[in-house]
Ligand binder design. Structure first.
Ligand SMILES: Nc1ncnc2c1ncn2[C@@H]1O[C@H](COP(=O)(O)OP(=O)(O)OP(=O)(O)O)[C@@H](O)[C@H]1O
Ligand SMILES: [Mg+2]
Length: 485
């Protein structure tokens, strides 16, 4: 397809100002129809995606567009001080549709068996094992004490009620002869922690005691240990991570210079920092250079398999190293990006997981030149101008110059004839340089002459005068360079 054919396609356009550009992030993506279709269904079905392609063809754009399809997050991840083991904070997963969060099971801190003679006095009286007057032991089935012949629960009730008031007296009379209780609960202290102790009689007259730490207490009553929101309901669930550091990816526990000095230091649960995998819970974790993760790929795989991943202090010399939070939720959809050459650096099991539960998508670096793809490329030019916001629109001749360059790039970089490049970041760069030149000249539009000038300015370092950079022949092959002639 030659220039006059391009002109025929664009006969109605005199400048990119007249070109409509869509707001929908998927519609803004030029080419890559195959990838767009797969990504749309991947998000809907919560499948993992590996986007593979040369730089600047829209991998990040696709991932960001995918994020717009995510439903609102429903869960908030909160950490709670664990008074028994401060270095093992508790995780609470709260749901958006309930005020109090998920129904929490009470945490049983310990359970032990007691014999009746070891029970606290008042509990033994309530359960009918002791006479409240003389304290002697007998079975609950005996309502009268064999030692002092008192009604077993009488004096205890007098003692517990206000025996100077009539209401106390009537209550006392009501309860005389009442059967002994099989279960008694009372507040107690367990290793210095306030708990609810429940005594339960079993058939062989042993008593099981459970010390329960009631986590459904409202937050306001947590006093000096208010909950620590690790991943807020309202947080953005499109999380981009380079994976260069394990802390960024997997989380950490910050160092506290006061270490374990309780009264001075910051409580461990407040020093826990979520990783990108946790922040992306219910959302998308976008890993730009997934192959660069190296050995951390196996942690990523574990997180994907389990849907939870512990957060621990990663620096062994820090006080944070003693702290660990188990089972922190991280149910994310992985969007990984990589170059084709780096595919072999991705762990086999990780690729297999992505293939098994998602898609590996190869992005195109060029598209066949048709009237439709010509219009798409012109739309891309208009998008670039509007996104930049500081450069004027391209006139008709400038548009043809850009189309010609797009065609040359497809041929020189990918060997594709009668094609247009999809390496659009570079093409966008050229348009911006041309736009800046037009601004310098106070030109109303970007003209073909600006594009021509930008071509030479846009050459990368390798494409410039070799005298300033040493031996040109030693420079690596550049994406810039000769295709701008
Ligand atoms: N297919 C495309 N459609 C529209 N614009 C594109 C497309 N590809 C790239 N661009 C333009 O190039 C810019 C960079 O694209 P993007 O960051 O998505 O590339 P990438 O493939 O993620 O590159 P890298 O491998 O370097 O991370 C985008 O902001 C957009 O302006
Ligand atoms: Mg990118």
């Amino acid at each position: 397809m030659r220039l006059n054919e391009d002109m025929a396609i664009l006969e109605d356009i005199s400048s990119t100002k007249e070109v409509l550009t869509p707001d929908d992030p998927f519609q803004r993506i030029v080419g890559q129809e195959h990838a767009v279709t797969l990504v749309r269904s991947a998000v809907k079905q919560r499948r993992h995606v590996l986007l593979c392609g040369v730089p600047g063809v829209g991998k990040s754009m696709l991932a960001k567009a995918a994020a717009t399809l995510l439903p609102e997050p429903k869960e908030q991840i909160t950490l709670r001080h664990n008074p028994l083991h401060p270095n093992r904070p508790e995780v609470v997963l709260e749901h958006l549709d309930t005020d109090q969060g998920q129904q929490e099971a009470p945490i049983v801190l310990d359970s032990v068996y007691f014999r009746p003679d070891n029970l606290p006095f008042d509990v033994a009286v309530k359960m009918g094992y002791r006479c409240s007057r003389c304290g002697s032991l007998s079975l609950p089935s005996q309502s009268v004490c064999m030692e002092c012949e008192a009604t077993k629960r009488y004096e205890w009730i007098i003692g517990e009620t206000d025996n100077t008031s009539f209401s106390g007296l009537f209550r006392t009379l009501e309860l005389i002869g009442e059967p002994a209780l099989t279960t008694v609960s009372r507040p107690e202290s367990f290793n210095g922690v306030p708990v609810s102790a429940t005594y339960e009689r079993s058939q062989d007259d042993t008593i099981l005691v459970r010390y329960v730490h009631n986590t459904s207490e409202p937050q306001t009553s947590r006093g000096e240990f208010p909950d620590h929101v690790l991943v807020s309901r309202t947080s953005r669930r499109f999380v981009r991570a380079s994976g260069a550091s394990p802390v960024e990816l997997l989380g950490d526990v910050e160092h506290d210079p006061y270490g374990s000095a309780d009264s001075l230091g910051t409580a461990p649960y407040l020093r826990v920092v979520p990783g990108a995998i946790h922040e992306a819970h219910e959302g998308i974790l976008y890993l730009d250079e997934i192959a660069a993760l190296g050995p951390y790929q196996k942690h990523l795989l574990t997180a994907m398999q389990d849907g939870t991943f512990p957060i621990a202090g990663r620096n062994p010399h820090s006080s944070g190293a003693a702290v660990r939070v188990d089972d922190v939720p991280c149910k994310f959809v992985l969007f990984g990006a990589c170059n084709v050459e780096d595919l072999h650096k991705i762990l086999g099991p990780l690729r297999s997981r992505i293939r098994g539960y998602g898609y590996e998508i190869l992005l195109d670096s060029w598209m066949t030149k048709t009237s439709e793809t010509v219009r798409d490329t012109v739309r891309f030019i208009a998008q670039t101008v509007r996104e930049d916001g500081r450069i004027p629109h391209l006139d008709r001749e400038a548009i043809f110059s850009v189309l010609k360059i797009a065609e040359t790039m497809a041929f020189q970089l990918d060997g594709a004839r009668n094609a247009l490049t999809l390496r659009l970041r570079e093409l966008g760069g050229l348009i911006r340089v041309a736009g800046d030149l037009a601004v310098q000249e106070s030109a109303e539009n970007v003209k073909s002459s600006h594009i021509e000038k930008a071509k030479s300015l846009s050459k990368g370092i390798e494409g410039n005068d070799s005298r300033s950079i040493g031996q040109k022949s030693n420079m690596p092959q550049s994406n810039y360079g000769d295709y701008f002639f």
